[in-house]
Design a protein around this ligand. Sequence first.
Ligand SMILES: Nc1ncnc2c1ncn2[C@@H]1O[C@H](COP(=O)(O)OP(=O)(O)OP(=O)(O)O)[C@@H](O)[C@H]1O
Ligand SMILES: [Mg+2]
Length: 479
Amino acid sequence: MSLLDKIQARAGHEPPETAASAAAGAAEPEEAARQAKPKKDLLTAFRHIRGHDAKAKAHSAPLSKHQELKNKLHKQILNDLKDEPVENILPKIDAMAVQIIQEDESLRGKVDRKKAVEELIHELTGYGPINPLLLDEEISEVMVNGPHQVYVERGGRLELTHVQFRDDEHVMNIIDKIVSPIGRRVDESSPMVDARLPDGSRVNVIIPPLSLKGPSITIRKFSKDPFTIDDLIGFGTLTRDMAIFLEACVKARLNIFVSGGTGSGKTTTLNVLSSFIPSDERIVTIEDAAELQLWQEHVVSLESRPPNIEGRGAVTIRDLVRNSLRMRPERIVIGEVRGGEALDMLQAMNTGHDGSLATGHSNSPRDMIARLETMVLMAGIELPVKAIREQIAGAVDLIIQQSRLRDGSRKITNITEVQGMEGDVIVLQDIFSFRQTGVDEAGRIAGKLVPTGVRPRFYERLETSGIHIPASVFIEEEG
Ligand SMILES: Nc1ncnc2c1ncn2[C@@H]1O[C@H](COP(=O)(O)OP(=O)(O)OP(=O)(O)O)[C@@H](O)[C@H]1O
Ligand SMILES: [Mg+2]
């Protein structure tokens, strides 16, 4: 039972029947399918890496003993085990290493066998030096800035790791391994590519000469276990009362925008908000890279497409938004609005497709409105500013502002109602906001998320949808 349902039940309202089935279970089979890694071509990829190794060797200094052991192992695997499936090879590698060291006196006592075997397994089954980082569940993001600098985000904070690649070419091999299975290529003619790992993690690649430090990879890891509203409450991203309020807003079909900077947790919050959509409604999601993970069954997920090498065949978010309107959606969820699609989205929201959710990049609710104005202009249709503002004020009901604070935590800093127009100006009213009180010894931002005491104007609309929120939600607790 969700928080809102509990409250409703306590107040003698019947919980909507969908809620119980909602809590019953997230979609597992699909999840498992997503996680499944392709097994077939690993050895081919491995051979490929080996080929590059040989080339790299030609113009590098004498090999370290460590590298020598790895190369010998490499060679032996390719000679002796080339027809075996990878799962059979893995358990044999260590024994092979023992034998090689026994036979070669110069290696004895000079190498860390375990480390060499481990690294080799990572090259064989995964993404080389960064593979352990990808497997580490505590790490949410991996950033390769050229061969000699790899950062990760762990628990909201950035950390420099000891992981290194040999050289640019080594990074390029891994990039190849990431992008070639999905039919993309990274080279001088297309030096920037967005891709996805088989587990759904989002990847961006950019190489020299555009990237000066060497080939760079940024990976936002797919969370197998997406955060729930309870997680976000636990992290202090929002309070229980705010959660109850947001759940009510989604159920009452308000149009909601999640606004925030890069990596502030917009998509995560959008995912959590979407989880409040009743399961009997048809949902169409639209994203650049499918990141949303909805538990509902009746979901159609659409993904945009970049142009091909000849510059043709692109399908933009805007195209998808327009198409989605002909798909009889009851809810449209847009991953990120950044251009002309804003106009189509606002029009849709104003013409019966209420209950839509979207995110946008901006620093405050007021800024989000200004950006929406600019985005509407990007649609290329001449509209007077006042008309644009009227569209925005009529369409958007609520803006949720999210921030990544300096201490790495994510907070919803404002929940703001778009009340309407006064003259030429859109009137915004905070319903909840973050009040910073200082910084504690550990560098963590101290403060409180509090209701402003103002009841939203759409309160009546909530009541008429049969959703009752206790008035105490809008009043700050003592102490
Ligand atoms: N409330 C939260 N508390 C702690 N960590 C969070 C929270 N929300 C998201 N994260 C983590 O922060 C990272 C970024 O989250 P998310 O992808 O939702 O951000 P975003 O604003 O959509 O980013 P982008 O602008 O790159 O699309 C993820 O690793 C996620 O696990
Ligand atoms: Mg996002």
